[in-house]
Structure formats: structure tokens, C-alpha cells
Design a protein around this ligand. Structure first.
Ligand code: SF4
Length: 84
């Protein structure tokens, strides 16, 4: 089964929230009003200290969902790529 890597550059994120609207199952924004940092979060993703990017390996269904988020992010902070 194909695997995909979703990467998220939190530094680029401006908290626009379009990702969470496009794919609410995987993305949400930690709002300032709730004590958050005003940036998006990809559920289950971990920070790669070498790249500074959050990463998550997903199946095809997860990739299709995050591709919707990738398509609407205004600062191109989300990328989905096939890894095998
Ligand atoms: S759409 Fe992009 S900039 Fe907006 S909250 Fe999501 S990741 Fe951040």
C-alpha cells in the first residue's frame, strides 16, 4: 500500500485556518483565544529536528485529505508527497 509523507512548516503558518476547513479530520488551529499559538496542527505529526518541519506518514486516504489542505494553504506550508 502506498505511503505518503505530509510535512508542515509551522514557521510559515499564518493561522488562516483554511487547512482545518478543508480537512477537519486531520488539521486544526490552536486559537489564541484558547491559549494556543495561533497556528495549525496536524494530528499525530512529530517535529523533525533536522528539517524543522512537522511530519506524518499517512496512507492514501490520509494523503487525499491532506492534499485538500495543501491546496488551500495561502503560504504553502503543507506538502504531501509519495514516499513508497
Ligand atoms: S491554511 Fe496554511 S497558513 Fe492557514 S492555518 Fe493552515 S497551515 Fe497555517
Amino acid at each position: 500500500m502506498a505511503k505518503y509523507r505530509v510535512t508542515f512548516d509551522k514557521e510559515l503558518c499564518v493561522g488562516a485556518g483554511y487547512c482545518a476547513s478543508a480537512d477537519p479530520q486531520d488539521w486544526h488551529v490552536n486559537l489564541y483565544k484558547d491559549g494556543g499559538d495561533g497556528k495549525a496542527e496536524l494530528a499525530g505529526a512529530t517535529l523533525n529536528p533536522q528539517t524543522g518541519l512537522y511530519e506524518l506518514i499517512v496512507d492514501e486516504a490520509g494523503a487525499e485529505r491532506s492534499k485538500k489542505a495543501e491546496a488551500v494553504c495561502p503560504v504553502l506550508a503543507i506538502k504531501v508527497e509519495k514516499v513508497e
